[in-house]
Design a protein around this ligand. Structure first.
Ligand SMILES: NC(=O)c1ccc[n+]([C@@H]2O[C@H](COP(=O)([O-])OP(=O)(O)OC[C@H]3O[C@@H](n4cnc5c(N)ncnc54)[C@H](OP(=O)(O)O)[C@@H]3O)[C@@H](O)[C@H]2O)c1
Length: 233
């Protein structure tokens, strides 16, 4: 594969940080995003200490003006994104149900987990279409699969079910331009979101996301995966 630029949202910790580390180690130019300059700086320094050079931009995926500002900064630096990993996410309704979760929690969750990836995809797709190459990986969750839906953590589930649907729509939009858009369930991973009892390391959580980001031209499009195996939406 040629020299490519990968952008990972929510890269200051968790799975996103690990994705940046592994992408940089594989020789990609990597752009990570963080919500504050301070978290961007500390993540960049930690990655540098492990020998990985990663550029950081400050970006809030729930804020259209923040996304616009970050892409203007990248444009000015002559950086175009070939691989977008929509990783940033929130899980605000752990322990709540569809009956007792405040509507504002649904709104915030959908904004970050669903509309954020939509806005990020729309920021990179025109360039990918011009260059006729692109990879978008949406970090979703098995909790959004139709077959596992129930009333617990409804805002999070709904945001990921909608992200899965968005994956199919974006895949359709990009298919004539050499662009692949797929969704991933990373499994239950040891991060701030997953908690300490999660069985998976961040390395394992990043595995299938990277595998999709690095697919050749005959790779899948508009599908969902866990452990490098297709699973139903
Ligand atoms: N861990 C699991 O078991 C698990 C399972 C299934 C799916 N996932 C998915 O995997 C992805 C990564 O999760 P993780 O476990 O690594 O979570 P994490 O450790 O909690 O990290 C979440 C990342 O998203 C960022 N973020 C949150 N809201 C944002 C916003 N509005 N704009 C930009 N960035 C924002 C956070 O930034 P701040 O530091 O500023 O908050 C942080 O960098 C998520 O999409 C999650 O739903 C995780």
């Amino acid at each position: 594969m040629d020299y490519k630029t990968a952008l990972v949202t929510g890269a200051n910790r968790g799975i996103g940080f690990e994705l940046c580390r592994q992408l940089a180690q594989r020789g990609f130019r990597v752009v990570g995003t963080a919500r504050t300059q301070a978290s961007a700086d500390s993540a960049r320094e930690a990655l540098n200490l492990s020998g990985c050079e990663v550029l950081f931009v400050v970006l809030d995926t729930s804020d259209a003006s923040s996304i616009k500002k970050a892409f203007l900064e990248l444009d000015k630096a002559g950086i175009s994104v070939d691989i977008l990993i929509n990783n940033a996410g929130v899980f605000l309704d752990n322990g709540k149900t569809v009956v007792d979760t405040d509507v504002s929690v649904f709104e915030e969750t959908l904004q970050v987990n669903t509309l954020g990836p939509l806005m990020m995809a729309r920021a990179v797709l025109p360039g990918m279409m011009r260059r006729r190459w692109g990879r978008i990986v949406n970090v979703s969750s098995g909790m959004g699969q139709f077959e596992s839906l129930d009333g617990w953590a409804a805002a999070y589930r709904l945001s990921k079910t909608a992200l899965n649907a968005l994956t199919i729509m974006l895949a359709d939009a990009g298919s004539a331009y050499g662009i692949q858009v797929n969704a991933v369930c990373p499994g239950w991973v040891q991060t701030a979101m997953g908690g300490a009892s999660a069985p998976r390391t961040v390395e394992k959580g990043a595995e299938t996301i990277l595998w999709l980001a690095l697919q050749g031209d005959d790779g899948p499009n508009g599908k969902m995966f866990r452990d490098m195996t297709e699973i139903p939406f």
